[in-house]
Design a protein around this ligand. Structure first.
Ligand code: DMJ
Length: 551
């Protein structure tokens, strides 16, 4: 899927911000101030992590040669930060290539005028030419900054300081933190609109979805990114979550847990697709919560994620709407056509990924696989992936946009949640850190072969070995004298005659890339033990190349 999305973009829109798959051309949009190539830059880490080496080199070459910063339009501070600076920083940390570091810092400097306000709370829009700034016209008549926007700069800006030595970036976001920490909060909640001039809330609308969402995410991730030293971020996160739970959390008559939106004490019983990232966030944060709250947060995360899955399961396409409601006897469905669209968003699969990693419950991979299938069926066009206007119609009405976050987030999250097994087959990682994870004696033998230790058989291992889906596994040719390939065999064939062996070898060698792509996902979702071990780097994949599995 990633290869198809990338190749389509490259073919029809290389260097533009986004691909329009129906018209087969590129689209620049009006959020990036004249910057181009948002898809290239947002995709860098996904390409790298998927080991799509050729494609990554193409993207890198484009950044080196064609990503120009001498632009003069109006840009969204938030969007440029998350897509361009975030993309460049990730690429730098993965590769150490200077080009990414230098361009990230230069671009960061171009955003600084947004912070020239009486409070230091940045405005949403910066003019690259004049260095002036303004708030969005739709944000309280142009007088307000948005919580999710100015609250989602902290991670990148700290790294800009670290990589440049220039303290200004860190100072800007520390000041935002201070304003938010010190201000009075209604019932401990953070409203979405704040005046960058007076530093007062402009309206009491609170949401974990649009306008608020990533502010909360950045708090818990700031805590984690600081190696758990940023106590302020930690405290702010858990306090905010408690207030959200007290005032926004609800359970529907049908038993679905959801986070409503709050308007000065009145609830809108709706949840946006964007709010579905919160299942993953709460799961992530559960680890460092007070002992007595951990199990509760894990359960809450699971319940919210289940609700978001319901919003997908209750549609005809098995993709979820932009917003879904809990009222008038309806639950987890959109109530208006204007909220029935799906634009390739990542939040729901992101929660599946976190929940999978935390619980190892295979249901999250089943759900992830459902999304992959639905994307293939309803969002794939001849020239790339597209959003759809109505998730309740089986006849897709494509919106003609392959969003950058589809490659940067949706596919990456699906991939990392799947374990990404076979693409990393050449890796040599630490094997079997935990003996309880060992699968069988053959694995033991192979682990010894790599010199990595003693093992014992586990219950999980037996479950894995009795999983017949193993036979749907994709294959790759594995180099090295000690390594044989892991054959793609038709179900029911335990050992194949030599001629067929050769045939299968040639077949899967020739088609490995194409074959792997889909079977990889299916395999990964279904065979959770293997996938998890790989994704948590407990397993040397070459071991599995030797593993003989039961039918
Ligand atoms: C992404 O651009 C980011 O994750 C943002 O924080 C909110 N969600 C969109 C994709 O839906």
């Amino acid at each position: 899927m990633m290869q198809f999305a990338w190749q389509s973009y490259k073919r029809y829109a290389m260097g533009k911000n986004e691909l329009r798959p129906l018209t087969r051309d590129g689209y620049e949009g009006n959020m990036f101030g004249g910057l181009s190539g948002a898809t290239v830059i947002d995709s860098l880490d996904t390409l790298y992590l998927m080991e799509l080496k050729e494609e990554f080199q193409e993207a890198k070459a484009w950044v080196e040669e064609s990503f120009h910063l001498n632009v003069s339009g109006e840009a969204s501070l938030f969007e440029v930060n998350i897509r361009y600076i975030g993309g460049l920083l990730s690429a730098f940390y993965l590769t150490g290539e200077e080009v990414f570091r230098i361009k990230a810092i230069k671009l960061g400097e171009k955003l600084l005028p947004a912070f020239e306000t009486p409070t230091g709370i940045p405005k949403g829009v910066v003019n690259f030419k004049s260095g002036s700034n303004r708030s969005w016209g739709w944000a309280m008549a142009g007088g307000s900054s948005i919580l999710a926007e100015f609250g989602s700069l902290h991670l990148e800006f700290l790294h800009l300081t670290q990589l440049s030595g220039n303290q200004v970036f860190a100072e800007k976001v520390r000041n935002i933190r201070k304003v938010l920490r010190d201000i009075d909060k209604p019932f401990g909640l953070y409203p979405n609109f704040l005046s960058p001039v007076s530093g007062n809330w402009m309206q009491h609308h609170v949401s974990v979805g649009g306008l608020g969402d990533s502010f909360y995410e950045y708090l818990i991730k700031s805590w984690l990114m600081s190696a758990k030293t940023d106590m302020e971020a930690k405290d702010m996160y858990y306090e905010a979550l408690e207030a959200i739970e007290t005032h926004l959390l609800n359970v529907s008559p049908g038993g679905l847990t959801y986070i409503a939106e709050w308007r000065g004490g009145i609830l809108d019983h709706k949840m946006g697709h964007l709010a579905c990232f919160s299942g993953g966030m709460i799961a992530l944060g559960a680890e460092d919560a007070k002992e007595e709250k951990r199990a509760h947060y894990r359960e809450l995360a699971a319940q919210i994620t289940k609700t978001c899955h319901e919003s997908y399961a209750r549609s005809d396409t098995k993709l979820g709407p932009e917003a879904f409601w809990f009222n008038s006897g309806r639950e987890a469905v959109a109530t208006q056509t204007s909220e029935s669209y799906y634009i390739l968003r990542p939040e729901v699969v992101e929660s599946y990924m976190y929940l999978w990693r935390q619980t190892h419950d295979p249901i999250y991979r089943e759900w992830g696989w459902e999304v992959v299938m639905a994307l293939e069926k309803y969002c794939r066009t001849e020239a790339g992936f597209s959003g759809i206007q109505d998730v309740y119609s089986k006849v897709p009405d494509h919106d003609n946009k392959q969003q950058t976050f589809f490659l940067a987030e949706t596919l990456k999250t699906t991939f990392t949640g799947s374990g990404a097994v076979l693409k990393r087959i050449g890796d040599v990682g630490p094997c079997l850190a935990d003996p309880a994870d060992v699968l069988d004696e053959q694995l033991l033998f192979l682990c010894e072969e790599t010199g990595l230790g003693d093992t014992a058989m586990s219950h999980q291992a037996q479950t894995f070995l009795s999983t017949e889906n193993v036979y749907e596994t994709c294959s790759l040719a594995i180099p090295g004298p000690k390594h044989r390939r892991f054959a793609l065999q038709p179900r029911g064939f335990d050992s194949l005659p030599f001629v067929l062996e050769v045939f299968w070898f040639l077949l899967d060698f020739a088609f490995s890339l194409q074959l792997c792509f889909l079977t990889d996902f299916k395999y990964s979702f279904q065979n959770h033990v293997l996938s998890e071990m790989v994704s948590s780097n407990k397993l040397n994949l070459k071991v599995f190349a030797h593993t003989h599995t039961k039918p």
